[in-house]
Design a protein around this ligand. Structure first.
Ligand code: PLP
Length: 401
């Protein structure tokens, strides 16, 4: 979780002193500066700040022209917003399994493609990048759009790119729990002027009021109000300055933590799509003894306990309930789409045996390392004694036969 303090306070004070709280004005303001920096740091031509990650996803899908009759493939493990976003535009989400990396399984994506599939939404969960090489290859082969949900991975690297910058569009969240925060907030990253103009239109009711910014030839259409104030921009400008440092800290802590837990009996480190640059760590086990030890360790969290991050808990979606029956996108789908709580068994089984090691907390790295070394030595002792027990039982069985 990102820290917030005096520098953000001063930045907001500056906005209030200047008395321009909206982004619209004669000269560029905080949000313009933030968006320019996002483009520069993330290697994308266009960025737009909005009021949440959910609205960033909706704007991105709207910009891409996703609508009734379309199917959008999303992972079965993500925050519910990823699956809800297509529904707001009249499209339906199709769930794909994750694999042991905790991200969408490219093989299952390919299995879920139908003639009505328009887009894939890979989600870089818990700072862990998807296998973007495979996803982009599949998308190219089937002529699908890729809209990256990088809400949980702002600043995370994959190969020589950044999460959110590799698809046609990307979405960030800046809510309180994210890598940079303004309490609530989000951003859309777009790769073409047209996608950007459409996202900009949708986030501002179709008004296209720009002040100092250029007008566009793109025809307007009715949108929402997902705008944010300059105070949000001021906070995000400060937060963005600290992002590289916090990514470097996470990378360092990941190396320390992985070194402590590598080779521990009964426990495996979850595979990662770019281990050299990893800033997250999950471990997996099938042993109830190891499970108990993990659950007794502070800062280690079972992924099975992830409420609305797991498709089986997305009740309004599973039940296909929308605000009004006539706005129900499943009625416009080209085939009957039925969901059930057990439709992605592999995802449930993976989440059931996976634990996240929290690297983001305030605990100093030295104490984190000490804590994980203690866990590793407890498990190694148990591992050794249970191996001895198994050997003794087998020897006794041999003697008796
Ligand atoms: C993967 C993912 N997608 C989308 C969102 C939605 O972001 P927000 O809460 O800013 O609307 C979140 C937020 O938790 C998320 O984790």
């Amino acid at each position: 979780m990102a820290q917030i303090g005096a520098r953000e306070w001063l930045a907001v004070l500056g906005v209030i002193t200047r008395r321009r709280l909206t982004r619209f004005g004669d000269i560029p303001g905080e949000l313009d500066r933030f968006e320019a920096k996002l483009c520069d740091r993330f290697g994308v031509p266009h960025a737009l700040t909005v009021n949440s990650g959910t609205s960033a996803l909706i704007c991105a899908l709207a910009a891409a022209g996703i609508g009734p009759g379309d199917e959008v493939i999303v992972p079965a493990y993500t925050w519910m917003s990823t699956a809800a976003a297509p529904i707001h535009l009249g499209a339906v989400p199709i769930f794909a399994e994750i694999n042991d990396t905790l991200t969408i399984d490219p093989d299952d994506v390919e299995r879920k493609i139908t003639p009505w599939t328009r887009a894939i939404v890979p989600v870089h969960m818990i700072n862990t990048p998807c296998d973007m090489e495979a996803i982009l290859r599949i998308a190219r082969r089937h002529r699908l759009l890729v809209i990256e949900d990088a809400c949980q991975a702002v600043g995370v690297r994959y190969r020589d790119r950044r999460c959110g910058s590799m698809g046609d569009l990307g979405a960030f969240s800046f809510n309180q729990f994210k890598n940079i925060t303004s309490g609530e907030g989000g951003a859309v990253l777009a790769t073409t002027p047209r996608l950007f103009e459409r996202a900009r239109n949708y986030h501002d009711v179709g008004a296209f009021i720009r002040g100092h910014q250029p007008l566009t030839d793109e025809p307007a259409f009715v949108g929402q109000n997902y705008r944010v104030s300059e105070m949000v921009g001021a906070i995000l400008n400060v937060q963005l300055e600290g992002l590289e440092k916090s990514m470097a800290r996470l990378a360092h802590r990941r190396r320390l933590a992985a070194a402590c837990l590598e080779g521990v009996p009964g426990l495996t480190i979850a595979p990662h799509n770019d281990p050299a640059q990893a800033v997250s760590l999950c471990v997996q086990t099938d042993s109830s003894r190891v499970r108990q030890a993990l659950e007794e360790t502070p800062g280690v969290y079972p992924l099975s306990d992830n409420s609305k991050h797991i498709y089986a808990n997305w009740t309004p979606i599973l039940d296909r309930v929308t605000v009004h029956p006539d706005l129900n996108p499943w009625a416009r789908a080209h085939r009957e789409i039925v969901y059930s709580a057990d439709m992605c068994p592999r995802t449930l089984s993976i989440l059931n045996r996976t634990y996240r090691i929290d690297l983001t907390g305030r605990l100093p790295s030295l104490l984190l390392e000490r804590r994980l070394k203690r866990l590793a030595s407890t498990l190694s002792e148990h591992g050794a004694s249970s191996a001895k027990e198994r050997w003794a039982t087998a020897a006794q069985a041999r003697r008796m036969s």
